[in-house]
Design a protein around this ligand. Sequence first.
Ligand code: MSP
Length: 627
Amino acid sequence: MAKTFYVTTPIYYVNAEPHIGHAYTTINADFLARWKRLDGYDTFFLTGTDEHGEKIAQAAARAGMEPQQFVDEVAAKFKKAWEILHISYDDFIRTTEERHKKVVRQYLQEIYDRGDIYYGEYEGLYCVGCERFLTEKELVDGKCPDHGVEPELRREGNYFFKMEKYRAWLRDHILKNPGFIRPERYRNEVLSILSEPIGDLSISRPKSRVSWGIELPWDPEHVTYVWFDALLNYVSALGYPDGERYRRYWPAAQHMIGKDILKTHAVFWPTMLKAGEVEIYKHLNVGGHLLADGRKMSKSLGNVINPFEWSAKYGPDAVRYYLLKETPYGLDGVVSEAGLVERYNADLANDLGNLLQRVRTMVIKYRGGVLRKREPGEGEAGVVAAASGLADRVRGLIDELKFNQALEEVLQFVRSLNRYVNERAPWKIKDEEDLDRVLYTVVDGLRTAAVLLEPAMPVKMAELRRALGLGELSVADVSGWGGLPDGHEIPAEAPILFPKIETKNKQQAGREEEEEERTPTIQYEDFAKLDLRVALVKSVEKHPNADRLLVIRLELDGEERTVVGGLAAHYQPQELVGKRVVLLANLKPRKLRGVVSHGMLLAAEGADGTLALLTPDREVEAGSKIS
Ligand code: MSP
């Protein structure tokens, strides 16, 4: 029987229209689902919408609509959005569907009957944006860091789930299963949450205040807390507890989420499962955020980029490829239209599209479209070596969630095919057999690339296959050189796969930059513009894409920052942890090899080029201003 794979996206709140943050998470999940299908797994891919709770009821009221009508409309927009981006979900669950509500009621009743739910009073700081109580520690300047608003103090009678009771078990589970929460930094974050009491979880809201939700089966005066309701979608959609899909796919579950909902998925959800005596999911895969102007994109911040406009302009695959390739999964990324165009032109129009054009032209011109398989010779050694094991390398990287590197691996291969064509120069070859050999090798290589890039670009790779006269293929069909049959014929006509996107004159842009770079003497007011702060180094990692760089996590004034610095040649990551350093805090965020840096650490450069970080000469609190 085929191996199974189950992947989910978060179910999205319908108070906002689909935006790039949703698209990013969903594209990552779709990429994984498509890859697994191509790689022979019996795959199930779930997405959907989270339609209950206060924030949805408020949004419906603002729109002057009944909640049900409102959620129906927005849920339809999500479906439309996923159609535009070619998201291959197998099911779309809505929490207002009866199949879901039934499971929520049943699950609540089960753990209530077991004694894991009790009634009590609760007072705390509630953020409606997050739909949860925040702890004092989570606040920045008294505000929710994700929504920029002060949470409300609330006191009310609620039902509680005995979450604290499962804390020790959960910690142990995470320690015993290193890949349970990935990447590692998020696992550490969760372990740190679990090193202190987590308290019990309020799982109901009085109906007098929030009526848009699922009634508790034993007390109709209360509705289910929206997170308790929402998380259960992952099993309700499979037909928990005795559905065939549930039995088949749940044991292979992997959730893909954004880092903003780590606590709910890594703490609430597993303890809920444990209380219901349900097997715990296999992996929680945590993605970073895409940022615009250095901040999370969200409707409440008003800085939303519209991926559907990009898709209309450049096609869905260009958007998918760009989002997957640009940012290492798990880290924050900055995206822009200019970035998309640059990536598209370099990788897709130049490297891949041109190669296809060139080789098609030659096969048609020299061979009337027919390829002959000739055993590779010395000249092919490089390409043969690069093709061999390529699918395995890509699989390995995808299994480690290194999607951008997996794509880069294939692009490297495409570049090696380009070099091969240039070196072998088929237009100069006199030996007929040798000419066959070269043309075959390039088309065979493109065939491999088409399969391995398909999870990222399903539409374009189907076109690429058609341009080469190929039907559907799977990963098993591309294990090294020579998968293409002898005598294969390519069609005479095919559209241009990736037409180049014209951009503004580069030289002119370069001159503008140079002008700006000249540094005159400055006025005090200029210096005063610098927000220099003492910051405490919390953790340091090597940059995933650059040997020279370190990714440094800092704390200042309760706020967290990530800074990327060229310090790898000067410090070991561990050496820096606990140091107090000087941060230029208001530097415009910049992306360095895919990781966004929010500021810059000050360092002195010795005559021999060694760097020494500046530190205050006595202990001052992190966050202190420097003037
Ligand atoms: N409804 C909850 C999830 C319940 S799952 C049982 C929710 N919905 S949400 O619509 O607010 O956002 C869900 C996810 O969207 C985030 O976790 C994240 O994956 C993604 N993103 C929203 N904004 C984002 C960015 N700016 N960048 C990347 N992804 C972000 O939370």
